[in-house]
Design a protein around this ligand. Structure first.
Ligand SMILES: [Zn+2]
Length: 47
């Protein structure tokens, strides 16, 4: 079994509103999402 968890297509960024760390699927970058903490609409950065 491989343990290459770093290969996971996840992008991590900071909510500009409440500054919590947010994770999202990499294929959603450039799109909008909701912060799980404050529900602020955030754009997922293109890394
Ligand atoms: Zn937030």
């Amino acid at each position: 079994m491989e343990q290459t968890r770093n290969r996971t297509e996840i992008v991590e960024f900071e909510c500009p509103h409440c500054h919590v760390r947010v994770k999202a699927d990499r294929d959603k970058r450039g799109r909008k999402g909701f912060c799980p903490r404050c529900n602020y609409i955030i754009r997922i950065p293109r890394d």
